[in-house]
Design a protein around this ligand. Structure first.
Ligand SMILES: Cc1cc2nc3c(=O)[nH]c(=O)nc-3n(C[C@H](O)[C@H](O)[C@H](O)COP(=O)(O)OP(=O)(O)OC[C@H]3O[C@@H](n4cnc5c(N)ncnc54)[C@H](O)[C@@H]3O)c2cc1C
Length: 495
C-alpha cells in the first residue's frame, strides 16, 4: 500500500535519493521513496558503480576516520598522499574548463569529507581502492589522481547498505512506482502523480526531492540534446534514467542549466548489451587505455591516450570513440604492460584478440584496415622516447616525438609478444545538463525564484560538470546535494 500522504517524497532510490531520504528523516519528517524499477533492478546507476568517492583528505588521520579498518601494515606499505580542497578545486576547474558553477562546486568540495563521515553513520563502510587507483612499485602502493576511497561491496554493497538502513528506520521504498508528474499550484509543490501496478494515483507531499537521474537511457533525448550518433551509444548503467525527473520539473517551470550537449561517456566493450547488466556491473569498461594505443577502423590513432591519468580523460574519450568511423576502436597492448591491465580485462564477456606477431594481430582487428594499422604501430614504435623511464604511478612524461597525434605519458613500444587487443565503443554514463538548484538544493524556476517545496540532487542537477569530469565525483555530488536537499526538505516539511 502506498501512503496517501508523506512529509517528503523522494523520487528515485539511488545514492542521491537515499542520502536525501535519510537527511529528511533526521529532521523528523515522514519519508517515502519512489523507485521506478523492481527490487531486482533498483538502485539506479549507483548500483552499477564501483562505489568510488572523490573526497577531500588532508592526512592519514582523515582516512583513518573514514576507514578505521585500515591496518598498520597497509598504512606502512602505501603512499596515500593527500587530496586537499585546493587539489579538488584545481581538478574541477581544469576538467570543466572553469565553467563549473562556483557555488555548487564549493559545496561539493567543502562538504565532501563531512558527508562521507555522515554516511558512515548510515551504515556505509569504506575501503581504499588498491589495484584500480594505485599500482605497486618497489613494494609500495602509491595512490594517484585524487581517488582513494570506495564503498564496501562497490555499488551493489552501497545500495544494499542503504536499503537495510532504510528498513531499520522504517523508511518505505515503493518499488515499481514511476513518478509521472508533479502536482503543484501557485503556492508550490503538493505531491506527485505516480503509476503503480498499472494504476495512476496521486500522492500528497509537503516537499519533493527529485533524484531520478539524467536522460542517458533515453535515445530520443540523447540525440536531441547531445547530437547525431548518440542514439548509437550503449548505456552503461540503469535503463530507467530516461529524464523523467528533469522533464516533470521543466513542465512546472524549472530552469534548465548546464552542459546540455555534454555527458560522461567512456570506452565500453564493443559487444556489451544496450543497457547495463548488473551481473557485470562496470566491468564492460576498458580503462587501461593510457598504457595502450587506440586504433580506429582506418587503422589510425585519433587521441592522446596518455594525456593525463585515466581519471581525468576517461569520461570524455567515449565521445571521441563514438565519433570514429563505425563508432569503435581497438586498444592495443604488448607483454610489457599486460600485468597492469585492470580486472575488467579479465572477465569472460570481453571482445579480445591475441596474437604472437603484429602481422597476425592486425588481421584479427575486425573492421579495421590491417595494413594501415601495422604502419601506424611501426611509426608509433619509432617515436617512443626511450630516455625517460616508464612509471605508471606518475605522469611520467615518457611520450612520443614527431607524431601528428602525440602520446604524452606512458608510451612504450608495442613489440614484445604476446599482443592483446580489446574492442571498445562508446558507453554513456550520465548526462551533464539538468535542473538549476541553489545552495539549499532548491529547484529554481525560469524566473530565478525557488519553486516552493521542490528540491533536486544527483545526476539530474545541471551546472557542475562541463565537457569532462573527475572520476568519483558523481557519487560524491549525489551524496552532498542529496543530504543538503533532504535536510532542507525535511526542515520545511516539519516547520
Ligand atoms: C557503470 C557505471 C560506473 C560508475 N562508477 C562510478 C564510480 O565509481 N564513482 C562515481 O562517483 N560515479 C560512478 N558512476 C556514476 C554514478 O553512477 C552516478 O553519478 C550516480 O550514481 C548518480 O546517482 P543518482 O542518485 O543521481 O542516480 P541513480 O543512482 O541513477 O538513481 C536514479 C534513480 O531514479 C529512479 N527513477 C528514474 N526515473 C524514475 C521515475 N520516473 N520514478 C521513480 N523513480 C525513477 C531510478 O530507477 C533510480 O533508482 C558510474 C556510473 C556507471 C553507469
Amino acid at each position: 500500500m502506498l501512503p496517501a500522504s508523506s512529509d517528503v517524497i523522494v523520487v528515485g532510490a539511488g545514492n542521491a535519493a537515499f542520502c536525501a531520504a535519510f537527511a529528511a528523516y533526521e529532521q523528523g519528517a515522514s519519508v517515502l521513496l519512489l523507485e521506478r524499477a523492481s527490487v531486482n533492478e533498483a538502485g539506479g546507476n549507483s548500483r552499477f558503480t564501483a562505489g568510488a568517492f572523490r573526497c577531500v583528505y588532508n592526512d592519514i588521520n582523515d582516512l583513518k576516520a573514514l576507514m578505521p579498518d585500515l591496518t598498520n601494515e597497509e598504512i606502512a606499505n602505501t603512499d596515500f598522499g593527500t587530496y586537499t580542497e585546493e587539489k579538488f578545486f584545481d581538478d574541477m576547474g581544469r576538467v570543466t574548463e572553469y565553467r563549473t558553477d562556483a557555488d555548487l562546486c564549493e559545496l561539493l568540495i567543502k562538504r565532501s569529507k563531512e558527508t562521507m563521515l555522515w554516511m558512515r553513520d548510515k551504515g556505509i563502510r569504506f575501503a581504499p581502492i588498491f589495484g584500480r587507483q594505485a599500482f605497486k612499485v618497489g613494494g609500495k602502493f602509491k595512490f594517484w589522481g585524487g581517488l582513494t576511497v570506495e564503498a564496501w561491496g562497490g555499488g551493489p554493497g552501497l545500495i544494499a547498505a542503504y536499503t537495510e538502513t532504510a528498513r531499520k528506520k522504517g523508511i518505505q521504498i515503493a518499488y515499481e512506482t514511476r513518478a509521472l508528474s508533479l502536482i503543484a499550484d501557485d503556492d508550490g509543490i503538493k505531491g506527485v502523480q505516480v503509476r503503480h501496478c498499472g494504476r495512476t494515483t496521486e500522492l500528497k507531499a509537503k516537499c519533493v526531492v527529485l533524484a531520478a537521474g539524467g536522460f542517458q537511457a533515453n535515445a530520443e533525448m540523447r540525440t536531441r540534446y547531445l547530437g547525431p550518433l548518440w542514439e548509437l551509444a550503449k548505456v552503461r548503467g540503469s535503463r530507467f534514467n530516461t529524464g523523467d525527473g528533469i522533464k516533470m520539473a521543466l513542465d512546472i517551470g524549472a530552469m534548465p542549466v548546464g552542459n546540455w550537449s555534454g555527458c560522461h561517456a567512456v570506452g565500453w566493450d564493443r559487444n556489451a548489451p544496450e543497457f547495463g547488466d548488473l551481473s557485470v556491473g562496470d566491468n564492460f569498461q576498458k580503462h587501461s587505455y593510457p598504457f595502450s594505443i587506440m586504433l580506429n577502423a582506418n587503422g589510425e590513432r585519433f587521441v592522446d591516450e596518455g594525456a593525463d591519468f585515466r581519471n581525468y580523460t576517461y569520461a570524455k574519450y567515449g565521445r571521441v570513440i563514438l565519433m570514429q568511423p563505425g563508432q569503435f576502436a581497438w586498444q592495443i597492448f604488448d607483454r610489457k604492460v599486460l600485468h597492469l591491465l585492470r580486472d575488467e580485462y579479465r572477465i569472460k564477456r570481453v571482445s579480445k584478440v591475441r596474437a604472437d606477431t603484429l602481422e597476425e594481430l592486425v588481421k584479427k582487428l575486425e573492421g579495421t584496415n590491417a595494413e594501415r594499422a601495422l604502419a601506424t604501430i611501426y611509426a608509433y614504435n619509432k617515436s617512443v622516447k626511450h630516455d625517460v623511464p616508464f612509471d605508471p604511478n606518475v605522469k611520467d612524461g615518457r611520450g612520443t616525438e614527431g607524431l601528428a597525434i602525440p602520446k604524452s605519458n606512458w608510451a612504450n613500444t608495442i613489440e614484445e609478444p604476446p599482443f592483446e587487443s580489446y574492442a571498445v565503443t562508446c558507453g554513456i554514463t550520465f548526462t551533464f545538463g539538468g535542473l538549476k538548484i541553489d545552495t539549499e538544493a532548491r529547484v529554481i524556476d525560469s524566473d530565478g525564484n525557488p519553486i516552493a517545496g521542490l528540491f533536486a540532487a544527483g545526476e539530474l542537477v545541471g551546472g557542475l560538470f562541463y565537457f569532462n569530469y573527475p572520476g568519483g565525483t558523481g557519487l560524491m555530488a549525489g551524496s552532498v546535494f542529496g543530504k543538503i536537499a533532504g535536510t532542507a526538505a525535511g526542515r520545511r516539511a516539519v516547520a
